[in-house]
Design a protein around this ligand. Structure first.
Ligand SMILES: [Zn+2]
Ligand SMILES: [Zn+2]
Length: 330
């Protein structure tokens, strides 16, 4: 059993979480209501990517985002504000985490998955430096594409050309839709990501993200232009599903900032002796090391259903390597 015998996989990591990588028990059969409750309590009642993104969204909506009515006509003022609402949280969270974990080395190696430090002097990366490469693809490419898409959606919302709701009209729907956005994002991500692993698209596009085998906070949305064009189509759901601007701000934070945490390379952020926040996601860390596994997220277990789930064990690594070989020799 994994975790009880000496595990070849554990030797490949500095910190290797015990037991199989957890998946959302909502989809388990027979139903496990207590486990589902624990899963969602863990996601919403602690400092996690979800709660950080929700707080950021509320703050941005309250203090930075212009009122919808202003966005009915394209004008530089509000467009700049929307760009800043994307740029500032990205710089604050990725910059802050990178500083704490990799510059200040505030928690040393505690809960760090990979033994290695981030790469410098490596020609694989733009500017021969992993962090500068990742900053360029994040702030240059990803934030630009995300902003342009949001400009379009806010403009359509402001003109009443797509369905919108207010909290006063539909309070229950506003909350339900907020809770469903991460689920939608996971569903969309799985399919887009699978497409990007088509060998041809992978080589020219998705390989930019996968330069990062050992990932850091800035790797989160360090993507090629074409990947960003695809990845951020997730926002187009707001053209169909009745939404409030706050839904789009939260969706943006979830799509842009939560990968910063999940790619941080550390399972938790530790301050002093306190485990302050959940951060890294071993599920996705495995994807960066072994590529052809864990395409989705642990929120909807597509990988389990389609046979590409890596549970963190040595046998799953063997299976993934065999699958990869066969994929590229067809
Ligand atoms: Zn990938
Ligand atoms: Zn990734």
């Amino acid at each position: 059993m994994h975790g009880t015998l000496p595990d070849r996989e554990a030797d490949r990591w500095h910190y290797h979480p015990k037991g199989p990588v957890p998946l959302n028990p909502l989809f388990s059969w027979p139903p496990r209501p207590a486990a589902v409750l624990r899963w969602y309590r863990g996601a919403w009642m602690e400092i996690t990517s979800l709660t950080v993104c929700l707080l950021l969204a509320l703050a941005l909506y309250a203090w930075l985002l212009p009122p919808l009515a202003e966005m009915a006509v394209f004008r530089p003022g509000w467009m700049l504000q929307v760009w800043l609402a994307n740029l500032l949280p990205q710089v604050a969270v990725a910059g802050g985490l990178h500083w704490w974990l990799y510059i200040r080395k505030g928690q040393g190696m505690r809960k760090k998955f990979d033994t290695r430090d981030l790469s410098r002097g490596n020609g694989t990366f733009t500017f021969k430096n992993q962090v500068l490469d990742n900053m360029w693809w994040t702030l240059g490419s990803a934030i630009t594409v995300a902003t342009v898409y949001q400009w379009g959606i806010y403009w359509l919302m402001a003109n009443g050309w797509v369905p919108t709701v207010t909290f006063a009209e539909a309070p229950v729907w506003c909350v339900v839709w907020m809770l469903l956005i991460p689920m939608w994002s996971g569903l969309h991500f799985y399919w887009v990501h699978r497409l990007e692993h088509h060998p041809r698209l992978y080589k020219h596009v998705h390989a930019v993200h996968h330069r990062n085998v050992n990932i850091g906070p800035w790797s989160g949305i360090s993507n090629h232009w074409y990947e960003n064009l695809l990845y951020f189509t997730t926002y187009f759901i707001h053209l169909i599903v009745p939404s409030h601007p706050l839904h789009l701000v939260f969706h943006a934070m979830f799509q842009q900032v939560s990968p910063v945490l999940s790619h941080s390379g550390f399972e938790r952020v530790i301050a002093g002796e306190t485990e302050a926040a959940k951060a890294g996601d071993f599920f996705h860390q495995l994807h960066h090391r072994y590529f052809e596994c864990n395409y989705g997220t642990s929120e909807i277990p597509f990988d389990k259903w389609f046979g590409t789930y890596h549970d963190g064990s040595a046998s799953a690594t063997d299976r993934t390597r065999a699958f990869k070989k066969q994929m590229y020799t067809r």
